[in-house]
Design a protein around this ligand. Structure first.
Ligand SMILES: *Cc1c(COP(=O)(O)O)cnc(C)c1O
Length: 399
């Protein structure tokens, strides 16, 4: 073995990332996540938060967190599987199922942990996962933790999915189980999975359907009930609807919704649920309050869609390409990485915060700035942002 310091590669790897322009430069948020924030000492319009409905600072949500923390303490003291399953966790599970109009839900510590814990339990040797090529990293990692076979279909490509399923049908020995897993809203483009077509193919082959609706919840469907509601599908068609409280709900925590059997299976099998601490009671109470607020104030959902419509129309009128967006995630397509970075720099100096998304997160020639609209952006915020994009877009030669 070559004798080197065991950690020498930490710095080498980091320096390589810096050389290749692949490292993350961390920004520091010095205020609450609101439409106008302090970031790195600068007052900026926040255009890249997942807090679509601004529930992170909603007084009812914040208050619920404070009150539950005073009553139940800062931490749950244990895993839910041992002694940390507090009444507030159970209330949150039931409240979510009621909101989703489903038999049962189960909440996890994060969305990442829900995928990473449950997905590997769905399939084993002799089974198959079928996954969209642009699925979230937590789905990819969840699949990697299983011994099952995997097949990746081209992004949203139903004929490719069909081809894979036909081939799987002829597999010998026959697969015991097949699960088709897809993001509901794809986070880099803001486009939607063709869920009704996926469901149809799954039904033909007797496969399960698992949708990760992290960016669709609170945004899509009746009163923000998510993608299953958006497409009018049933729990018999989409067997597992997974989501998170960290995006439109403004708090933190993953969850799954489906049958009572799913809930019983999941909490007895998912290792992230069994072997990691329960979320603090204040967090669970805040999530529950966020559902209450969403139900009481559905106009928040309307507002985020109005803001999206306005922003897209104005940007397209200026000549910007907004890609395949179908949601409040709006990519401003830039082509080369340098163009995206220069434009992001320019708008940043003009007081608008949105990040460039470049290779390897997206293909080399598809660099973009990803904008995320929220309910509380005012027309003035949007106009100032559009003005910055317009000036910057001219400078970098995009419009
Ligand atoms: C954000 C996200 C997750 C992870 O959710 P967290 O609750 O933040 O861990 C999982 N899947 C998708 C598609 C996401 O966008």
């Amino acid at each position: 073995m070559v004798k080197r310091h065991p950690t020498a590669y930490f710095r080498e790897e980091y320096e390589r990332l810096v050389r290749e322009n692949l490292n993350w430069e961390l920004r520091v948020l010095q205020s609450a996540c609101e439409p106008v924030c302090m970031v790195d000492g600068r007052k900026v319009i926040m255009m890249c938060a997942n807090n679509y409905l601004n529930l992170a600072t909603h007084p009812k949500v914040v208050n619920a967190m404070v009150e539950a923390t005073k009553k139940f303490g800062a931490g749950a003291g244990s895993d839910r599987s041992i002694a940390g399953n507090m009444s507030i966790h159970e209330e949150l599970d039931r409240r979510l199922a009621e909101f989703k109009r489903a038999p049962a839900s189960l909440t996890f510590q994060t969305g990442f942990m829900a995928n990473e814990g449950l997905i590997p339990q769905l399939c084993d040797r002799g089974d198959l996962y079928v996954s969209d090529e642009l699925n979230h990293g937590s789905i990819i990692d969840g699949i990697r933790l299983s011994h099952a076979d995997r097949a990746i279909y081209k992004h949203k490509d139903i004929s490719d999915l069909d081809r894979i399923m036909e081939k799987a049908e002829r597999h010998s020995p026959p697969y015991r189980r097949i699960w088709i897993i897809t993001d509901g809203v794809f986070s880099m483009d803001g486009d939607l999975a063709p869920l009704p077509e996926i469901v149809k193919i799954a039904e033909e082959h007797g496969a399960g359907v698992y949708v990760d609706d992290a960016h669709g919840e609170g945004v899509l469907g009746e009163g923000g009930r998510g993608i299953v509601s958006h497409f009018g599908l049933t729990r018999e068609q989409v067997h597992i609807e997974m989501g998170t409280f960290s995006k439109a709900f403004g708090v933190m925590g993953g969850h799954i919704t489906g049958s009572e059997d799913l809930r019983n299976f999941a909490y007895n099998k998912a290792r992230t649920w069994l072997l990691s601490a329960a979320v603090p009671p204040g967090v669970a109470a805040a999530c529950k309050a966020a559902i209450d607020v969403l139900e009481a104030e559905p106009q928040l959902v309307e507002r985020v869609w109005e803001n999206r419509r306005y922003f897209i129309e104005e940007m397209e009128a200026l000549g910007f390409d907004t890609g395949n967006s179908e949601t409040p995630i709006v990519p401003i397509m830039c082509g080369r990485s340098k163009t995206a970075k220069d434009l992001a720099d320019y708008i940043w100096r003009r007081g608008v915060f949105a990040l460039p998304i470049v290779y390897p997160m997206v293909p080399r020639e598809k660099a973009r700035i990803r904008v995320q609209l929220c309910a509380k952006h005012t027309t003035e915020h949007l106009e100032r942002s559009i003005e910055a994009f317009k000036e910057g877009g001219k400078r970098v030669g995009l419009i």
